[in-house]
Design a protein around this ligand. Structure first.
Ligand code: FES
Length: 174
C-alpha cells in the first residue's frame, strides 16, 4: 500500500520535489535535496517520510536511513519553532561561547542539546560557522548572529523569544 506521507506535505513542497527529481540522471541522486525539502516543510524527517522517500526514489530503507543518520543537519527529532545553534569551535570558545551558552540556557529555560518543554526553542552546539573573526557566533534559525557578548545578550534573547512565540517556523537548512 502506498505511504500517505505525501499528503502531509504542503502542495508547494510536493511541487518542488517533483521538479527536483528529474534534474538528476538517476532518481537516487535526488535523495539529499528531497530530504531537505521535506525537512523544510515538516522540520523533521519522520519514519513515514523515510518510507515515502524510499518509494519515491526506488531506494532501500537503508539508503535513506544512512544519509539521514549521518548528516547532523537532518533531524529525526522535531526542532523547536526557533532553532539556536551556538558555535563552540576554538575561536568562539576562546571568545566566550560557553559563557554565552550559560546565559542562554538560564534565560531561555532550555538546556543545551534539548528542546524546551513547550517545544518552542531548540538549543544546540554548532561547529565552526565560518565567522571565526567575529565570534562568538550563533545561528538563530538560518540567520548568523556575531560578536555575542555575555553581558549584552538582551537583544539576541528577545529575538529568540520573538521567533519562538511565532507561528511560522523558518526553514531548517543548516
Ligand atoms: S570558530 Fe566559531 S565561527 Fe569559526
Amino acid at each position: 500500500m502506498a505511504n500517505s506521507f505525501g499528503n502531509k506535505l504542503k502542495p508547494e513542497t510536493l511541487a518542488e520535489i517533483e521538479k527536483i527529481i528529474p534534474r538528476y540522471p538517476q532518481k537516487r541522486s535526488a535523495l539529499m535535496p528531497v530530504l531537505q525539502a521535506i525537512q523544510d516543510d515538516q522540520r523533521v524527517i519522520s519514519n513515514d517520510a523515510i518510507e515515502w522517500v524510499v518509494e519515491k526514489l526506488d531506494l532501500q530503507p537503508i539508503n535513506v536511513l544512512e544519509v539521514v543518520s549521518f548528516f547532523p543537519n537532518y533531524r529525526q527529532k522535531p526542532i523547536g519553532k526557533c532553532w539556536v545553534r551556538v558555535c563552540r569551535t576554538l575561536s568562539c570558545a576562546l571568545h566566550g561561547a560557553y559563557k554565552v551558552v550559560d546565559i542562554l540556557e538560564k534565560e531561555l529555560g532550555c538546556k543545551m542539546g534539548t528542546t524546551s518543554e513547550d517545544g518552542s526553542i531548540t538549543l544546540e552546539y554548532a561547529e565552526c560557522l565560518a565567522a571565526c573573526g567575529t565570534g562568538p557566533g550563533a545561528l538563530i534559525d538560518e540567520d548568523l548572529f556575531e560578536n555575542l557578548k555575555p553581558d549584552d545578550l538582551g537583544p539576541v534573547i528577545a529575538e529568540i523569544k520573538k521567533r519562538a512565540a511565532g507561528g511560522v517556523p523558518t526553514p531548517t537548512k543548516g
